[in-house]
Design a protein around this ligand. Structure first.
Ligand code: AYL
Length: 533
């Protein structure tokens, strides 16, 4: 068997829970250090304050809501400094955190509430009506919904009204429990179908922060990070929240990407490292106002969640003379598997394997391939999820008998052990780093009375460095193949989905959808058809 291993020696991962690890303070920072800073009000949450608030929140969950070990708390909110209190409070109480995209529709959120079995919701006031409507569908009483902030809205109380007098004692896990106890449920569509709850254990998350730290020598407590990636997504959750607290660094928290705010924060707070995604990198290269800001504090940019081309990487370096490197990962691997050394950046490569990870590349016949030959990337390591919640079939489909997780991404490795992501065999579409599951859009399209069949594929735009979902549609009557009807279909879909899932690539009418003998949509064929037209 051809197995690739990291060039970095394996590290020892202590068998402890996330709370114990994240607050272990290995760099001996002052307890009064501001870890999270609000970008607008400059309000600060210190290391000690966060720890204490988390324990008070946990006490409230236990004493006032009878929240027990293994119970699930759902968060529906953009980034804000108190997000961490809710996360770590839930973990202190032995609970599981299920963070959702605040832009979720009522339908999306209802599905996640039901699937996760959440019993408590913490929501940002702007998204309260979505939470109330979804909670009703999922049979969660309004008395179990709480708001971020200090205000009460009708009968819904602020989350800090739960704070107890006492501080709860963080639940301790045995080494075995650390490996089997789920801490987070982030939703990912994986290789096929609709989003599924990814069960990330305490061990998965602790391991990945330590794996990243072993290669990320630029990270130290004096660095200020910019917190623009969403905390509900594993990228922001792991590298902005867990990583920063362990390191004892600071993070200026931004709720939503806005180009000028982002640039101003880098300048005013002297941000040293920015974790971002390719479309933001493109804006930093192309935006006419970029020159108006002072980026002299910024020493390193790390890109992840979607492909960063060699060309864009080089253009960024040429414009700013700031180092830029790439990582690769997935929700299912908590998340990072590959990262570049800052001393040895190879543009276009997603880096070398992190320690403790083994991987193999397999061709279409399931045979392992060696250097310089593309194959599906399969990963084994302490950061690989336990499985998909309530979905043994989907879990079994992504793990093979040797315990390797099949990513659905095609990669290639060169003799220097640098990896390149070259293609994707799974159904997933990535719009600006956000997941769009074709199956979800197809189900909506087929529910239209005039549509008999549909398939959705992602088409990459070089210009915008992102993929756009394009719908191939078969109508019941040929006469419906008009520009007006294509507009109607777009409206029909876009009005039912979260903003990042809109059919931005448009609608194309066809007489039939190419399918295999077993009825599977031949997406590769559709992509070929698309590229020749
Ligand atoms: P999910 N190049 C190409 N595709 C990528 C890359 C990359 N560098 N990184 C992620 N992807 C795609 O679960 C790939 O198809 O997590 C993969 O299967 O939303 C999918 O995105 C996973 O999407 C990092 C680097 C966090 C990556 C991440 C993972 C976040 C994406 C931190 O440093």
């Amino acid at each position: 068997m051809v197995v690739f291993r990291s060039k970095i020696p394996d590290i020892e991962i202590p068998p402890i829970g996330i709370f114990q690890y994240v607050f272990s303070n290995p760099n001996n920072i002052s307890e009064n250090k501001a870890i999270f800073i609000d970008y607008k009000t400059d309000k600060r949450l210190t290391f000690a304050g966060l720890k204490s608030d988390s324990k008070k929140f946990a006490a409230g969950l236990q004493d006032k809501l009878n929240f027990k070990r293994g119970d699930v708390l759902s968060i529906l909110s953009p980034n804000q400094i108190d997000y961490a209190t809710v996360i770590f409070g839930t973990l202190v109480a032995g609970g599981i955190v299920s963070p959702s995209n605040p832009m979720s529709t009522v339908k999306d959120y209802t599905i996640q509430l039901k699937d996760s079995g959440a019993s408590v919701i913490i929501v940002h006031p702007l998204f309260l009506s979505v939470a109330i409507n979804a909670a009703k569908e999922a049979n969660i009483p309004e008395s179990k919904i709480f708001l971020f902030g200090d205000e009460k809205i009708n009968k819904i109380l602020p989350y800090n009204s739960l704070f107890g007098e006492r501080e709860a004692i963080p639940i301790e896990y045995t080494p075995e429990e650390v490996k089997t106890t789920t801490a987070y449920l982030c939703y990912s569509s994986g290789t096929t179908g609709i989003p599924k709850g990814v069960e990330s254990t305490h061990h998965n998350m602790v391991a990945n922060v330590m794996q990243i730290l072993s290669i990320e020598k630029d990270a130290h407590p004096e660095i200020v990070y910019v917190g623009v990636l969403p905390f509900y997504h594993i990228y922001g959750l792991s590298v902005l929240m867990h990583f920063i607290i362990v390191l004892g660094a600071s993070c200026v928290v931004i709720p939503k990407f806005d180009f000028e705010t982002f640039c101003r924060i880098i300048q005013d707070y002297k941000v040293g490292i920015a974790h971002i995604v390719p479309p933001i990198i493109l804006a930093l290269v192309k935006h006419p106002k970029v020159k108006e800001y002072d980026f002299s504090s910024l020493k390193l940019v790390i890109s992840g969640a979607a492909a960063l081309s060699k060309e864009l990487s080089e253009s960024f370096y040429n414009v700013h003379k700031i180092k830029i490197k790439q990582g690769y990962g997935l929700t299912e691997t908590s998340p990072v598997n590959h990262l570049c050394f800052t001393e040895n950046i190879v543009p276009g490569s997603c880096g070398i394997l992190l320690p403790n990870i083994e991987c193999k590349l397999i061709d279409e016949n399931g045979q392992e391939v060696g250097y310089n030959t593309p194959g599906e990337l399969c990963i084994r390591g302490p950061n690989v999820m336990k499985g998909y919640l309530n979905n043994k079939e989907a879990t079994d489909a992504v793990f093979d008998e040797d315990g390797y997780f099949h990513t659905g991404d095609i990669a290639l490795v060169d003799e220097n052990e640098y990896f390149y992501i070259v293609d994707r065999v799974k159904e997933l579409i990535k719009y600006k780093g956000f997941q769009v599951a074709p199956a979800e859009l197809e189900a909506i399209l087929i529910s239209h009375p005039s549509i008999s069949d549909a398939a959705v594929i992602g088409i990459y735009s070089e210009e915008d460095v992102t993929e756009y979902p394009v719908a191939y549609v078969v109508t019941k009557q040929q006469s419906q193949h008009t520009i007006e009807f294509s507009g109607e279909i777009r409206k029909f879909v876009d009005s039912q989905v979260a903003p990042h899932k809109k059919l931005r690539g448009g609608v194309i009418f066809v007489d039939q959808i190419p399918k295999s003998a077993s009825g599977k949509i031949l997406r590769r064929k559709l992509r070929e058809i698309h590229s020749t037209n």
